[in-house]
Design a protein around this ligand. Structure first.
Ligand SMILES: [Mg+2]
Length: 391
């Protein structure tokens, strides 16, 4: 079987009045870089790459660097292809755009490989420990005018937080870092009161702080029973991560901006995180995921993938989540304590909601793992045409 064709699509959906903010930027649109690989006997695989930056550079690497190496070549095991592509681009692409492009191609190749072998991807990367995954809602960003007058937005913030509990979520992630500590703590207090004591709260800073501010924030957050503190300092500051981690009893999460087993090795050796958050579309795809997961387990670090993109990214994350062993093993499973959870983004994103013919939806607080061969998804080509164009 040979690779016949590789197409890259850039999908964009402007958000208009629905735009929102993290501590780092506004989100005036959602976008995704989608890769479609077709074999000479008609199997089609889908992948997605990159999550945070502009999709064009990732598309350019797929089109001009990786595709020429694969087209008309015999299809190999995706791990072998990953190793060859990484070796070919190592001198200039150990992190960032190149790895995001490798991720997109790798996910599409595993989709094809699974269909060839008639097995869902999770069966091929370690087996299935669960068919459903506990979900946490990612929401409670800064919206509309909050940035200018956060006090007026508190009732709406409480309403939003309550809506997730009403929808069946038992874990919620909110944003901090855009305002002063005092102002952000008021937002945390508002949400904690809205969701009550029985819903777990995760707090994401998007690396808004230096070490001493992060330590101060963590001390304040300890009063609100926070389940994890995410990206307290910039991802390059491994010593800072360790200092924040040793200063608080809140578990520290991070890694959505980290790449490959080599990047995560350094995060683990530095004692930086309790929870590692590789994004499958960023850190190297399924092939690299297996190495990161193995490393994490040897360091006693829990892995909860970061998820942000379209329905393809969510499906990819669910396959790896199915394959994570309970850690540590006990006779019972408790979400996050020893059972993985899936990030279920609740911000507006038509690409997540419309791209798959059968969208992946919440059922009783859990999300089902696709069970069909490969990624187990069917992409709606009309939606590709509606929001995107070929690069
Ligand atoms: Mg985050």
């Amino acid at each position: 079987m040979k690779v016949k064709n590789i197409q890259t699509y850039i999908l964009r959906t402007p958000l208009g009045n629905e735009r929102f903010f993290s501590s780092q930027c506004s989100f005036p649109e959602r976008n995704s870089l989608i890769v479609k690989i077709e074999t000479d006997d008609g199997i089609i695989g889908w992948g997605e790459g990159g999550q945070y930056g502009p999709p064009e550079p990732v598309a350019a690497v797929v089109k001009h660097v990786l595709s020429p190496k694969l087209i008309n070549k015999e299809l190999q095991n995706p791990i072998r292809i990953w190793e060859q592509n990484y070796a070919d681009t190592r001198d200039f692409g150990q992190k960032g755009t190149y790895i995001e492009a490798l991720s997109a191609v790798d996910i599409a190749l595993w989709d094809i490989y699974g269909q060839m072998l008639n097995k869902p991807v999770h069966h091929l990367i370690g087996g299935s420990f669960r068919e459903n995954v506990f979900a946490y809602a990612t929401g409670c960003y800064y919206r509309g005018e909050d940035v200018l007058n956060y006090k007026d937005s508190l009732p709406k913030l409480a309403e939003e937080a309550r809506s997730y509990v009403d929808a069946g979520f038992r874990i919620l992630k909110m944003k901090v870092g855009l305002l002063s500590i005092e102002e952000d703590i008021e937002r945390v207090k508002t949400i904690r009161e809205a969701i009550g004591p029985n819903t777990s709260l995760l707090v994401d800073c998007n690396h808004a702080y230096n070490v001493f501010t992060a330590v101060k924030m963590a001390k304040e957050l300890e009063k609100f029973n926070v389940m994890w503190l995410e990206e307290p300092v910039v991802p390059e500051d491994r010593i800072g991560y360790r200092e924040v981690r040793s200063s608080t009893n809140i578990p520290i999460a991070g890694g959505e901006c980290e790449f490959t087993r080599f990047g995560f090795r350094d995060l683990f050796l530095g004692g930086c995180v309790d929870i590692a958050q590789p994004d499958i579309c960023v850190s190297g795809g399924f092939s690299e995921w297996m190495k990161i997961q193995a490393l994490a387990s040897s360091f006693g670090v829990t892995v909860i993938p970061h998820v942000w993109g379209s329905g393809i990214a969510l499906a990819a994350a669910l396959h790896v989540l199915a394959s994570i062993p309970p850690s540590p093993h006990t006779a019972n499973t408790v979400p996050l304590q020893n059972e993985p959870i899936v990030e279920y983004d609740r911000n507006p994103n038509p690409l997540r909601d419309e791209l798959l013919k059968t969208p992946i939806t919440l059922q009783n607080g859990k999300v089902p793992v696709p069970q069909n061969p490969g990624l187990g998804i069917e992409v709606n080509l009309d939606v590709i045409s509606k929001y995107g164009s070929e690069f």
